[in-house]
Ligand binder design. Structure first.
Ligand SMILES: [Zn+2]
Length: 271
């Protein structure tokens, strides 16, 4: 039985990460009375904009994507969004202590039992995803440390459960015919999806009933839909079928439970 005082903080890099990555889970938790909060490190200023003559500029695209995220957040029932205001594509150049201090201060203010972020592979190698995942991990540790000064002088808070949002092999395989391979080009190599083996998944959330909401939240990110290719053109029922395969997580640590059994709730073990 989920209680009203439960809260979750998701720490991601760009507007749309929340809807595309775990929209169904966020919608379900919000509907069950969990307070869901989002830290978004950038405003997605370097996202898709089509032809060069349609380029709204970094600030312009950032504003568009901020308002798209606000619409999606309303559908998903998020309680709050906090931007760290790093520039899209430059999170890994952020000054680490400052970035960790900002996130730790949010953790100490929101006091979530559960924090979710990107796994070490950034889902498909995106350096922003990898960087924010590392900062989030350091922030969870720092927020609990009484000796850590966050700049806002807040009291320590120990997160009970920390998760990576992972893409399972079956989900990646299902997506492949629609999206092709999801890759991220670097200067000297191309990165791609590293699907998590089914046995590596510690937590599977059933949230099919909330995937219609998740799909509509994805569609709020209008400026970015062209980058989704045929996926964006799916009829709602087909999109729901695919989104229902998400909800897979890796439990990095838990202060309240353990073992090999697959969890079906991010708050399992929290009374
Ligand atoms: Zn992203």
């Amino acid at each position: 039985m989920i209680q009203e005082s439960l809260s979750l903080l998701a720490v991601f890099a760009h507007p749309d990460d929340e809807s595309m990555g775990m929209g169904g889970v966020l919608a379900k938790l919000s509907a069950k009375g969990v307070q869901t909060h989002l830290i978004c490190a950038t405003r997605g200023e370097r996202g898709w904009f089509g032809a060069e003559d349609q380029n709204p500029g970094l600030r312009g695209l950032g504003l568009i994507r901020t308002s798209e995220l606000e619409s999606a957040a309303k559908l998903l029932g998020l309680c709050s969004i906090h931007f760290l205001d790093y520039l899209d594509g430059e999170i890994d150049q952020a000054e680490p202590v400052q970035a960790i201090g900002k996130i730790a201060a949010h953790i100490r203010r929101i006091r979530p039992q559960v924090v979710v972020t990107f796994p070490p592979d950034g889902n498909y190698g995106h350096p922003d995803h990898i960087a924010i995942g590392q900062f989030a991990a350091a922030s969870v540790v720092s927020a609990a440390d009484a000796a850590f000064v966050d700049g806002e002088d807040r009291s320590p808070h120990r997160v009970s459960k920390f998760y990576f949002m992972v893409d399972s092999e079956s989900f990646v395989n299902r997506l492949a015919p629609l999206l092709g391979e999801i890759t991220f080009p670097m200067e000297d190599h191309v990165r791609g999806e590293v699907p998590w083996q089914e046995w590596m998944v510690t937590t599977r959330i059933e949230m099919r009933d909330y995937c219609q909401t998740a799909w509509r939240a994805i569609l709020c990110h209008k400026s970015q839909l062209a980058s989704l290719g045929p996926l964006a053109d799916l009829e709602e029922p087909a999109a729901i079928e695919i989104l229902a395969m998400q909800g897979t997580f890796y439990r990095v640590f838990s202060m309240v439970n353990g073992g090999r059994d697959i969890e079906d709730d991010l708050f399992e073990g929290i009374k």
